[in-house]
Ligand binder design. Structure first.
Ligand code: ADP
Length: 459
């Protein structure tokens, strides 16, 4: 979680910084506020009355005041003053905050300002009584406000940052994790369709949860694909079971009927015992091929197929196999051609297994062609240092939509499924397995009713 660890450190660091700075500002305020005497503010407030008082009118005020001239003669006194208009006061005393004042006016402080006449010369004073609790109250509220304002602002800012960050965390971490949880629960129940919001944005992919969602989705896709392929495999296996039972039963029934015919001496007109034994042999071959395919397939599944590769000359091998195949193919009345390149190359193969692949391809060609007009070509080629073997036929061909699947296990193209041609749908998948084990590739090129070409490379 390096991305989020970094983010967390930045956010926590930022918040600590904000709080530290604002706390410092608050403490600073506190120190400064303590030294500011709030009576100054009250003085500024009552100063507005100065002009009127100088003009000789005495407006009402929140604070009781006393006006006297330079001789100490009281010109105006509010009731709170224990002095009346016309009394005489000692100017110096009135302007001082001495003990006798504090005794006489307990709970009050005084503040005064100079009154000036037309020539701007001092001609008297106004002295205000300010209740101490007003000062204290004002001082307290102000202090509180001034002190709390920076740190309060800091706390507010931190909260905003935290809210924004938690919504970010929710969007980037919690919500995807919640979705992953829901999807995982569904997967446990076998439902692979609950999507987690995919992360395409490169920025998102950079953080670990983005990466996790991305990988989770890959995993879900993979599991879903596996589930689908397992379903189709299961279906194919079920189909295979019914096909195999049918395909095994047909030659067995024929063999049984013909053997009984020979035993009972009942032979259909136009046929003799030799025809019967030929048919029995043919059907036995079909059975043998099917059983071999099944056995080979189970070997590929268990990875038990033995492949012993040795270095041999490709041209020598091709010439030898061509000779063998010619004998095999022509016995069915099918024309056999071969094109073998002149150059030679050493290939590392298991000749027994490669021969098996070729026989599989050749048998398919024989199976899916009209033997009377059948033609087959074996080509051995070397291109760019890569050897390849090709089997061409002029058989029934394969529909374009079937071609991508012919190498899948148990797959039988539509035509062969519907016709009565026996088969397990395993031959080509076994060929592919053997070629894969040799590090080569196997291909198919075909057109419906226009023959097929199967070829594979050897490295
Ligand atoms: P099968 O036992 O059915 O022949 P394979 O795996 O050998 O199984 O072949 C798979 C399918 O590919 C066959 O069922 C058939 O439809 C098609 N196929 C293979 N080779 C040929 C070919 N030479 N001509 C036409 N169709 C072919």
């Amino acid at each position: 979680m390096t991305f989020f660890r970094k983010q967390n450190s930045i956010i926590i660091g930022g918040i600590v910084l904000i709080l530290a700075v604002t706390l410092f500002a608050s403490v600073n305020q506190y120190i400064r506020i303590d030294s500011v005497y709030p009576i100054n503010d009250i003085r500024a407030e009552i100063n507005d009355m100065r002009y009127e008082i100088e003009q000789g009118s005495y407006p009402p005020s929140d604070y009781a005041y006393l006006v006297f001239d330079l001789s100490g003669k009281v010109l105006y006194a509010d009731d709170a003053w224990k002095i009346s208009t016309g009394d005489t006061v000692v100017v110096e005393e009135m302007l001082q905050q001495d003990k006798s004042f504090l005794r006489a006016y307990e709970g009050y402080l005084k503040t005064s300002f100079v009154l000036r006449g037309k020539d701007n010369a001092c001609n008297g004073f106004a002295v205000y009584l300010i209740p101490e609790k007003v000062i204290n109250k004002q001082k307290y509220t102000e202090d509180l406000l001034r002190c709390f304002l920076p740190v309060g602002g800091g706390i507010l800012l931190s909260c905003i940052v935290l809210i924004i960050y938690s919504s970010f965390i929710n969007r980037r971490i919690l919500s995807p994790l919640r979705q992953i949880g829901i999807s995982a629960q569904a997967i446990i129940k076998g439902d692979y369709n609950i999507e987690v919001q995919r992360v395409y944005d490169e920025e998102l992919k950079k953080n670990e949860v983005g990466e996790l969602t991305y990988s989770f989705e890959l995993m879900r896709d993979e599991l879903k694909a596996k589930q689908l392929s397992e379903q189709s495999l299961r279906k194919a296996q079920q189909e295979l079971m019914s096909c195999i039972s049918h395909d095994l039963r047909t030659p067995i029934s024929t063999i049984k009927a013909y053997t009984e015919g020979i035993r009972d001496g009942v032979i259909v007109e136009g046929m003799n015992q030799q025809d019967y034994t030929r048919i029995i042999l043919e059907k036995t071959n079909v059975l043998e091929k099917m059983i071999t395919d099944l056995l080979e397939y189970s070997n590929t599944q268990l990875n038990k197929m033995e492949i012993n590769r040795t270095e041999i000359y490709f041209r020598d091998y091709a010439l030898e196999i061509a000779r063998e195949l010619r004998i095999y193919v022509t016995q069915y009345g099918v024309k056999f051609f071969c094109e073998i390149m002149d150059e030679n190359l050493i290939v590392k193969i298991d000749p027994k297994r490669i021969t098996e692949v070729l026989y599989n391809l050749v048998e398919n060609s024989l199976k899916y062609m009209d033997k009377e007009n059948g033609q087959m070509t074996l080509s051995a080629r070397i291109a760019d240092g890569v050897a390849s073997l090709h089997i061409n036929d002029n058989g029934m061909g394969i529909c374009a939509e079937d071609i991508p699947y012919v190498f899948d296990r148990f797959y039988r193209a539509e035509k062969s499924r519907s016709s009565d041609i026996p088969g397990s749908g395993l031959g080509l998948s076994i060929c592919k397995y053997i070629v894969d084990q040799h590090g080569g590739e196997i291909y198919c090129k075909s057109q419906k009713n226009n023959g097929s070409e199967f070829w594979f490379t050897l490295s």
